[in-house]
Design a protein around this ligand. Structure first.
Ligand SMILES: [Zn+2]
Ligand SMILES: [Zn+2]
Length: 715
C-alpha cells in the first residue's frame, strides 16, 4: 500500500502551525501561513489535459488586531516595579510584552483556523474562522472571489468586557495592576476555538462558535444564519472550567440538538461537557474529566472517528494518540493510548469507520485502526504506509482529506537552513492519491447518491489516472450500449463526462473518425439528458397550473418555448427510441396553459424566429442569442449565471426549491453568477455583436464560449 504523490503547489510565506490544513465541506482547502491563509478551491474540468488539478487560489489576510492592548492597563506602565521573574514572564508572552522604542513589535501570526460546516453562508458555502497568536478570533466569508470579514468575535468580546472594566477603579499600586492586567488578558485572549454543527430550532437555523480562553473559560457564541454578508453573534453561555490554557476544542453532535464538547489544555488534561440546546437556551448538562492526568503533553488536536460501536474520539498529545469512547454523560467508557511514529503527530483524518490516517512531522504516513473486543475493550493497530515523495528537507505539518477520500493533501514546511534568495517558496502543499480498496471509476459507477454533485474529487482522480496511464478508464462503460435509452439519467451524465475526457485526451489528427464518432455520441447523450429534463419541467409547470398555483410570465414563456422546441425542432426528431418517443408524446399531450408563449420573438429586433436550437435563438436578421439552459428563454441581460464546469449559461432569476442557486443539468454543479460581467453594464446590442461568433465553435465540446461574450473588445 502506497500513498502516491500526484502533484504539489509551492507556497509562500512559510507555514507555521501544525494541523495547518483542512478540507471544507464545500471543497476548499486552507493552508495556514505566518501572516494569512491560502485557500485553494478545486475547479474540476473533464476536458483538461494537465496532470494536476486546477486550483483557484485566494488569500485571507489576518486582521492586525491585538485585543490585549485595549484592556485598560498598558504593559509599559506597570513594568517598573516588578521582579526580574515577572519581567521575564511578560517578555515570554506576546500579549504582555512591553513596547520598547528600540524593539520591533511582535507580528500577528495565524495559529489556528477551522472551516464552519457547509450551509453557514449562501450556496452551501462554509465560513472560515481564524485565530492569531494574540488570541483574536475573526470569521471570514468569501464574496465575489474575495474574503471579507464576516464577524469579529474578539472585538465584540473585548467591547463587552471594556464596559465592565470602565466601571472598576484601578488602585495606585503597579504590582496589583500587573495582576489585573494578567487577569484581563487571560480573560480576553482566545487560545483555541471550534465550530458546532448546524442547529434547527423553531425554524431558526443557527450555529455555535466555541472559544476557549486562556483563563480556562469557554464561551459559546450563537450565530444566526440569515444569509447576510455580516452577522452579529450573541453570547449564549459562559462555562468556567479548571483547565489551564485551553489548547484544543472539539464539538461532536450526539443527538437531536445535543452535543458533547471536548476541551484539552496545555497541561495535557481533557474534559468533556454535554450540552443541550433548547428554547430556553444552551445548557451544560454534564461534565466529566476524560483525561485527568496533567502529563504536560499538550493536547494539540481532537477529532471524531466514526465507528459502528459508537463514535471514538482521537486526541493527539505529542507523539501519542489517545482513543476514547464516552458514554451519554461524557464519561470515559474505555480508552487506549499509543505512540505513532517517532516525531510529533501533525495531522489526523478519518479514513472511514474505525480507521484514521495520521501524519507525523517526519512526513511518515500511518494507518491507525481501532478495534473493539467483544467485552468493549479498545485496542489500536498501526500500519505504516509507504510514500514515493522525497521528504528530505521537508517537515509535514498538516493533513486533510477530500470529501469522498479520493485525495489527501499534506502541508509541508522547509526544514533546513536556507538561503532567502534561493528559496522563495518555503512551504508546499502536496496532493496524494490514497490507497483505496476500489478505484475511483468503480466508486463513481456504483455511486449510491446517483448524483455527481459531491463526487468531483473522484472525477478528477479518474482524469489524473487517465493522463498518467494514457488509457481512459470507463470508456467501455460509456460506449457499452448503442441504445442510449439503456442508461439511467445519472449513467448518461457520467458517460458524457468520460467521453469528454476521451475526446480531449485523444490525438484528433490521428483518430479523426473515432473522435467524430465520439463527439456525435456525446452530443446525442447530452440531448437525451436535456430532453428528459425538459419533459420533467413541462410536466411540473403544467401540474402547478392544474393545482391552481399561479405561473409567472417567465414560467409561461419558458413553458411555451419548451413545447415549441419539443414539437418542431429537427434535433429532437432524431430521438427515435421507444422510451424517448413515449416521453415526448406524453409531454406534448399535456394541456395548453392559457397565456403561454406560442411564438418566439428576437429580444434585439423583435423579429419572429422559429424555435430550432435548444442552445441559442437565431432570427432572420442574424441575431444569435444564447438560451438559458434551464428555461430555454433567451439570455440577453446581465447578470447571468454560468456553470463553471461546462460553461452552460442560465438566467439569474431561475429559482429552485431548497437551494440558493440551481444546478447545471449536465454536470450537477451549482450555477454561479458570472462575476466577470456582473458589474459591467452591457447592452443587448453588444451581446449580439459578439454572439454572432458563437456558431464558430463546437457548442458541445467548447461549451458556451463565455470568453467571447465577455471579452472587453466587444464592449
Ligand atoms: Zn433579431
Ligand atoms: Zn455543467
Amino acid at each position: 500500500m502506497e500513498v502516491t504523490e500526484l502533484f504539489n503547489v509551492n507556497l509562500s510565506p512559510t507555514t507555521s502551525s501544525i494541523f495547518s490544513t483542512t478540507w471544507s465541506e464545500d471543497g476548499r482547502i486552507f493552508v495556514i501561513t505566518e501572516n494569512g491563509l491560502h485557500v485553494l478551491e478545486m475547479l474540476p474540468d473533464p476536458r483538461s489535459v494537465t496532470p494536476y488539478v486546477n486550483l483557484h487560489r485566494t488569500w485571507v489576510s489576518l486582521p492586525q488586531f491585538r485585543p490585549s492592548e485595549n484592556v485598560g492597563i498598558q504593559a509599559n506602565d506597570v513594568m517598573w516595579e516588578l521582579d526580574q521573574d515577572e519581567v521575564y514572564q511578560m517578555i515570554m508572552d506576546v500579549n504582555l510584552t512591553p513596547k520598547l522604542p528600540t524593539a520591533k513589535t511582535h507580528p500577528c501570526i495565524v495559529v489556528q483556523a477551522a472551516w464552519s460546516p457547509g450551509g453557514v453562508l449562501r450556496n452551501n458555502r462554509c465560513a472560515l474562522g481564524v485565530m492569531s497568536n494574540f488570541g483574536a478570533v475573526s470569521l471570514h466569508a468569501s464574496t465575489n472571489m474575495q474574503w471579507e470579514l464576516y464577524t469579529d468575535i474578539s472585538r465584540q468580546w473585548l467591547e463587552m468586557n471594556q464596559a465592565e472594566w470602565n466601571k472598576e477603579k484601578l488602585v495606585d499600586d503597579l504590582r496589583a495592576n500587573f495582576h489585573t492586567l494578567k487577569e484581563r488578558v487571560a480573560r480576553i485572549k482566545t487560545t483555541s476555538f471550534c465550530w458546532s454543527d448546524l442547529f434547527l430550532l423553531d425554524s431558526t437555523k443557527f450555529e455555535l462558535l466555541i472559544t476557549g480562553q486562556a483563563s480556562g473559560c469557554i464561551l459559546f457564541w450563537r450565530l444566526e444564519l440569515t444569509g447576510a454578508a455580516r452577522v452579529k453573534p450573541s453570547l449564549a453561555l459562559t462555562l468556567d472550567t479548571d483547565l489551564k490554557k485551553i489548547s484544543s476544542l472539539h464539538w461532536s453532535t450526539v443527538g437531536h440538538n445535543k452535543g458533547v464538547l471536548l476541551a484539552g489544555d496545555h497541561g495535557g488534561r481533557i474534559s468533556s461537557y454535554v450540552l443541550l440546546v433548547s428554547r430556553e437556551g444552551l445548557e451544560c448538562k454534564h461534565r466529566a474529566e476524560v483525561w485527568p492526568h496533567a502529563d504536560r503533553l499538550t493536547v494539540s488536536h481532537i477529532a471524531t472517528l466514526p465507528s459502528p460501536r459508537g463514535a471514538v474520539f482521537l486526541a493527539t498529545k505529542g507523539t501519542f494518540l489517545v482513543a476514547l469512547r464516552l458514554d451519554n454523560f461524557g464519561a470515559v467508557v474505555t480508552f487506549t493510548a499509543q505512540q505513532v511514529g517517532n516525531l510529533n503527530i501533525t495531522g489526523v483524518c478519518s479514513l472511514g469507520d474505525d480507521v484514521a490516517m495520521v501524519v507525523t512531522q517526519s512526513g511518515c504516513f500511518s494507518e491507525v485502526t481501532v478495534h473493539t473486543t467483544g467485552s468493549g475493550e479498545m485496542t489500536t493497530s498501526i500500519r505504516q504506509l509507504a510514500t514515493d515523495k522525497n521528504l528530505t528537507h521537508w517537515a509535514a505539518i498538516g493533513l486533510s482529506i477530500s470529501h469522498n477520500r479520493a485525495f489527501c493533501a499534506v502541508a509541508y514546511r522547509l526544514c533546513k537552513a536556507y538561503d532567502h534568495l534561493i528559496r522563495r517558496e518555503p512551504g508546499q502543499i502536496a496532493f496524494f492519491k490514497l490507497p483505496h480498496r476500489k478505484d475511483s471509476f468503480t466508486l463513481l459507477r456504483d455511486n449510491p447518491t446517483q448524483e455527481l454533485t459531491h463526487y468531483w474529487d473522484h472525477v478528477e482522480a479518474v482524469r489524473l489516472q487517465n493522463i498518467s496511464d494514457g488509457f481512459v478508464q470507463g470508456l467501455e462503460f460509456a460506449t457499452d450500449h448503442d441504445d442510449l435509452e439503456k442508461y439511467s439519467p445519472y449513467q448518461l451524465r457520467l458517460a458524457a463526462v468520460v467521453l469528454k475526457m476521451f475526446v480531449s485526451l485523444t490525438d484528433a489528427t490521428e483518430n479523426k473518425d473515432m473522435i467524430q464518432l465520439m463527439r456525435c455520441r456525446l452530443r446525442q447523450m447530452q440531448l437525451h439528458v436535456f430532453v428528459m429534463y425538459l419533459c420533467g419541467r413541462i410536466g411540473q409547470l403544467v401540474d402547478r397550473w392544474r393545482s391552481g398555483l399561479p405561473l409567472s410570465p417567465s414560467d409561461l414563456d419558458s413553458l411555451g418555448l419548451s413545447r415549441l422546441w419539443l414539437r418542431g425542432s429537427a434535433a429532437r426528431r432524431d430521438l427515435t427510441g421507444e422510451k424517448m418517443s413515449a416521453l415526448i408524446e406524453g409531454t406534448l399531450g399535456l394541456p395548453q396553459v392559457p397565456g403561454e408563449t406560442r411564438e418566439e420573438f428576437c429580444h434585439i429586433c423583435r423579429g419572429g424566429c422559429p424555435v430550432e436550437s435548444h442552445r441559442h435563438s437565431s432570427c432572420p436578421a442574424g441575431h444569435l442569442l444564447p438560451r438559458c439552459s434551464l428555461t430555454m428563454r433567451q439570455c440577453s441581460i446581465v447578470p447571468y449565471m454560468v456553470c463553471t464546469i461546462c460553461s452552460e449559461v442560465a438566467l439569474a432569476d431561475v429559482v429552485v426549491e431548497g437551494e440558493d442557486n440551481p444546478r447545471c443539468i449536465y454536470c450537477e454543479t451549482l450555477f454561479v453568477i458570472d462575476e466577470k460581467v456582473g458589474s459591467v453594464a452591457m447592452t443587448t446590442a453588444n451581446l449580439s455583436k459578439s454572439s454572432t461568433r458563437l456558431g464558430q465553435t463546437d457548442p458541445v465540446l467548447e461549451g458556451r464560449p463565455k470568453e467571447e461574450i465577455t471579452s472587453t473588445d466587444t464592449l
